[in-house]
Design a protein around this ligand. Structure first.
Ligand SMILES: [Cu+2]
Length: 178
């Protein structure tokens, strides 16, 4: 499939660049930037993979990314932050019920914790990755590359498919639109 090939090439080009600007902590753990999404390294460090990652199509403003975070390691794994080239900033959000019964989302305190040998599902109406300040329309059928940063400083690249979806329109709790 042409689309897949394109995405793979794009990833191959982008990932080394991302790794190169991965922050000042890199020197502490040289292996961090080379760890892959689907394999634990020889030392048995935390390995996280993402099943069926997808992003809600949007023309501008903000959107959200979902999927199932799977932890195959014997230690809890925490996703502490995320980035994507598709948006100016990315936040880890949870969805909570306001006192008036309406649903609102807010930054997840402490990040997403995936228990050892367990998983955490990011889904509309629940936990999700919030992409804020889209740099371009996010079109159905295209791919968005996200990079998750874990508590140990390692990163996990994620290729998320863009899907049209109605819903996941919870208001940002501190957004104050009204
Ligand atoms: Cu959100």
């Amino acid at each position: 499939m042409k689309k897949h090939l394109g995405a793979a090439v794009l990833t191959a080009v982008l990932l080394p660049a991302m790794a190169a600007c991965g922050g000042s902590d890199d020197a502490r753990d040289p292996a961090a930037t080379t760890r892959t999404a689907d394999a634990a390294d020889a030392a048995g460090n935390a390995a996280l993979s993402v099943t069926d990652p997808w992003v809600k199509a949007a023309t501008d403003g903000m959107t959200a990314a979902f999927g199932t975070l799977v932890n195959d390691s014997t230690d809890d794994v925490t996703v502490v932050s995320a980035t994507t080239t598709a948006a100016a900033s990315t936040e880890l959000h949870e969805t909570v019920e306001n006192e008036d019964g309406s649903m609102a989302m807010r930054p997840k305190e402490g990040g997403f914790v995936i228990p050892a040998g367990g998983s955490l599902t990011l889904e509309p109406g629940g936990d999700h990755l919030m992409l804020m300040g889209l740099s371009a329309p996010v079109e159905p059928g295209t791919t968005v590359t996200l990079t998750l940063t874990l508590g140990d400083g390692s990163t996990v690249p994620v290729e998320a498919t863009v899907k049209a979806f109605d819903g996941a329109d919870e208001q940002y709790q501190n957004g104050g639109e009204h």
